[in-house]
Design a binder for this molecule. Structure first.
Ligand SMILES: [Fe+2]
Ligand SMILES: [Fe+2]
Length: 200
């Protein structure tokens, strides 16, 4: 399956700052993504992106929504058109005149798969949150009390256990964390804290 995007430019510079509303984004998510687990993953990554934009980057409400939008829709075409991931959602958002920065973040959320390198902070954080968010959520599901009292150490143990969430690439996680210039512990702690507040 060749998912390379074969291009490096996305969207139109004239659309800088343009977004779609939360209602429109949720409608797209719900019509394109039938798998509820995938819907949850996308909402979780969207929430982490918004939380990072707000709490770490201290961006405006508008910017927080741009970050959230990238997370919310990054896997929108994966459920029904996996062989067109993430080409189809990018083309759809280009039609809807979405900010090129949001499109670039979506296009670079898997550099090894799509052939587009994460450049901006938004790009790098989406790549860093994607797989780790899923692994931490999988861990919460096997704990008797979910996220309650989950700590960084427990997550790191699961990361070392190759059979746990075996489809999550540890190499990709490490690559993403180093590209974002973060420490593994701080990113894990951030995800535990913010993901546990937002389970739906
Ligand atoms: Fe993806
Ligand atoms: Fe994802």
């Amino acid at each position: 399956m060749d998912l390379l995007l074969d291009r490096q430019n996305f969207g139109d510079a004239a659309n800088h700052g343009k977004v779609i509303s939360k209602e429109e984004a949720m409608e797209l998510l719900q019509t394109w993504v039938l798998n509820e687990r995938l819907q949850l993953h996308m909402k979780q990554v969207g929430h982490l992106m918004a939380s990072w934009a707000k709490n770490v980057e201290q961006l405006s409400g508008e910017d927080q929504w741009r970050w959230q939008l990238a997370g919310l829709l990054h896997d929108a075409d994966w459920d029904q058109w996996p062989d067109q991931h993430c080409k189809k959602i990018i083309e759809e958002l280009e039609k809807r005149q979405v900010d090129p920065e949001v499109l670039h973040a979506i296009a670079s959320h898997g550099p090894a798969h799509f052939g587009v390198e994460p450049v901006s902070k938004m790009d790098k954080m989406l790549f860093a949150f994607d797989e780790l968010s899923g692994l931490i959520h999988a861990y919460s599901l096997m704990r008797p009390n979910g996220y309650e009292a989950m700590d960084v150490k427990g997550v790191k143990k699961r990361l070392k256990e190759k059979s746990f969430a075996a489809n999550v690439s540890r190499d990709e996680i490490n690559d993403a964390i180093s590209r974002a210039g973060l420490q593994q512990d701080e990113l894990i702690a951030f995800i535990i804290k913010h993901q546990s507040n937002n389970l739906h």
